[in-house]
Design a protein around this ligand. Structure first.
Ligand SMILES: [Ca+2]
Length: 198
C-alpha cells in the first residue's frame, strides 16, 4: 500500500502531496452524475484516516458530479433507513448534499438529495443524514454525495443503517417516479468501503 501511495504522489508531482496522500476513486465507489467529466474524485488522507474528496475541475463546471455506490435493496426491505456521513465543504459555489435513492424495477420509489437543506460555501465537518422508507418492491439503493458548481467536498464515515419510526423520513417524492432502471454494472450485494480506507 505504501508503495502505491508513493507512486501516486510521484504521478501527481504538480500539486504535490503536502496535505496528505492522494489516490483515485475509492474501491467500491464510482464517479457519475450529469457531468462527471467536470468533476474528479480522490481518496485523501493517510492510512487509517482516509476520506473521499469530490472536487470540481474548474470554477464553472456544468451540471453535477457525484460519488456513488449501488447496493441490492433486499436486506433493507420493509425498513426505514438512514444514510449519514461526515461532510466538509470548501468553497462550494453551487451546492452539495448527501443523497439516497430507492429504486424498484421501473420507478424511483423514494429519493432525497438534501436540495432543501444543502451544504454550501465552506462548512463542517458535520454529520448530515437522509432518511427513507424502503418498500418491499425495492430492488436497488444508490447513495453518495453530490456537488453542483465549483469547490470541493470531503466525505467520510458513511453509515447506512435501519432506524425506528420515530425518525422522520426526508423523502422528497410524494409518489413513485417512473424511471429507467439504474445501471447495475457497479451493483454491490452489501455496502463496502464506507470509511474509504480501502
Ligand atoms: Ca475514513
Amino acid at each position: 500500500m505504501r508503495l502505491s501511495l508513493l507512486l501516486s504522489c510521484a504521478l501527481l508531482a504538480v500539486g504535490g502531496c503536502s496535505s496528505g496522500t492522494v489516490r483515485g476513486v475509492p474501491a467500491g465507489w464510482v464517479l457519475t452524475g450529469s457531468s462527471p467529466s467536470d468533476y474528479r474524485i480522490e481518496q485523501v488522507g493517510t492510512d487509517g484516516d482516509a476520506a473521499a474528496r469530490l472536487a470540481a475541475r474548474s470554477d464553472r463546471p456544468s451540471g453535477f458530479g457525484t460519488l456513488a455506490q449501488v447496493v441490492q435493496a433486499a436486506p433493507y426491505r420493509g425498513r426505514r433507513v438512514r444514510l449519514s456521513a461526515e461532510v466538509e465543504a470548501e468553497g462550494v459555489t453551487g451546492w452539495s448534499g448527501l443523497w439516497l435513492r430507492v429504486d424498484g424495477t421501473d420507478a424511483v420509489l423514494a429519493f432525497d438529495n438534501m436540495e432543501d437543506r444543502p451544504v454550501v460555501g465552506t462548512a463542517g465537518p458535520e454529520r448530515h443524514s437522509v432518511v427513507l422508507d424502503v418498500p418491499d418492491s425495492a430492488e436497488r439503493m444508490a447513495y453518495g454525495v453530490l456537488l453542483r458548481g465549483g469547490g470541493r467536498v470531503v466525505i467520510d464515515d458513511v453509515r447506512l443503517e435501519p432506524v425506528g419510526p420515530d425518525v422522520a423520513t426526508t423523502d422528497q417524492l410524494a409518489s413513485p417516479l417512473p424511471a429507467e432502471q439504474l445501471r447495475s454494472s457497479a451493483l454491490l450485494s452489501v455496502p463496502a468501503n464506507l470509511d474509504f480506507e480501502e
